[in-house]
Design a protein. Structure first.
Length: 329
């Protein structure tokens, strides 16, 4: 498919947010996920508008909470004469599917309605869980150009939600897929092993994807079947963008481990597979290194795992907690 508007400016915008994303918007707290989200809605807005410019169909959002992202999508929907389909039960979670959502206070739906009231003409609310048996048939009848998946963060829920929107012609954005990499809660929870399922879904459906370091979310370009790192996709900015995209697409399914040079590791050559293959690590105050380069998690040294300190590693390392502060989401 030939794009009406290439994606170079959109992807360049993603990259431009990364220096600021290293300074996450809230100081690190155990189990609180605000890293990689400072400019997230700007990226969503840019990608959703790009999708609307290139593909027919409506927007869909799974997991709306207070409606802040819904509002972003609704503004674009009105501009392009589309609708925003919202799926969220705003109710007590089912433990197996939803996980333990202790942060819910019970007034989320009322806040959503207040935040989105000026765009009720373009918003279609489905107050049901995303695993409601009626949804697959309903959505099968709808054309979709952009999907935002930010529902329950369990393996079961993400697999369900991705399959629910896989008929999307344009882009699927998936939130919170990198936390297992650096969170001292999620790295011990199978429920948050979401990046693996993101990759698996793309592989099973032959979808192209972009997941950049320091961004909490990733994007699946399901309507574009050819390679993304080409002038056909990136346009006139391809040459300047291909290198940075490769450099910033380093996340692997491992936790808190970095090796700068696989051939010259701290203890000689290192294996090409296994736990020592990640090029990116997002260190938090509880996941730091001692003077010998060993990784420490919760005060405990991880035997055999060392950081190979290189300039490349330093370029990827975030600032200390004391330098990170900002506005609430």
């Amino acid at each position: 498919m030939k794009l009406k508007i290439t994606a170079g400016e959109t992807i360049a915008g993603f990259i431009d947010t990364i220096p600021s994303e290293k300074y996450w918007s809230r100081p690190y707290l155990r189990g609180v996920h605000h890293m990689g989200r400072r400019h997230q809605r700007e990226r969503i807005e840019s990608c959703a508008e790009w999708a609307a410019q290139n593909y027919d169909g409506d927007f869909i959002e799974i997991g709306a909470m207070h409606g802040k992202t819904t509002l972003v999508l609704a503004k674009i929907a009105r501009k392009y004469n589309r609708k925003v389909i919202v799926i969220d039960p705003w109710s007590t979670p089912k433990e197996a599917f939803d996980g333990d959502l202790k942060y819910l206070e019970g007034n989320e739906y009322e806040i959503f309605c207040e935040n989105t009231k000026d765009y009720s003409d373009v918003i279609e609310v489905n107050r049901v869980s995303s695993h409601d048996p009626s949804l697959p048939e309903i959505l099968k009848q709808r054309e979709l150009c952009f999907a935002w998946v930010d529902g329950s963060h369990t393996s079961m829920a993400l697999k369900n939600d991705l399959n629910l929107v896989k008929n999307c012609q344009g882009v699927i954005g998936v939130d919170d897929i990198g936390y297992r990499m650096f969170c001292d809660v999620c790295c011990h929870s199978e429920g948050y092993n979401l990046f693996e399922h993101f990759n698996e879904f793309c592989s099973q459906n032959s979808f192209q994807k972009i997941k950049l370091d320091w961004n909490a979310e990733g994007y699946i370009f399901c309507g574009y079947k050819d390679p993304l790192l080409t002038p056909d996709f990136l346009g006139s900015r391809a040459e300047e963008l291909i290198g940075p995209i490769k450099f910033l697409s380093s996340i692997s399914i491992v936790n808190l481990i970095y090796v700068g040079d696989l051939e010259k590791g701290p203890q000689g050559p290192l294996p090409l597979t296994g736990p020592l293959t990640a090029r990116f690590v997002w260190l938090t105050p509880t996941n730091t290194t001692d003077t010998s380069g060993h990784i420490r998690v919760g005060g405990q040294t991880m035997p055999g795992h060392r950081l190979h300190i290189t300039q490349d590693f330093i370029n990827r390392l975030g600032p200390p907690e004391s330098e990170c502060s900002g506005e609430e989401e």
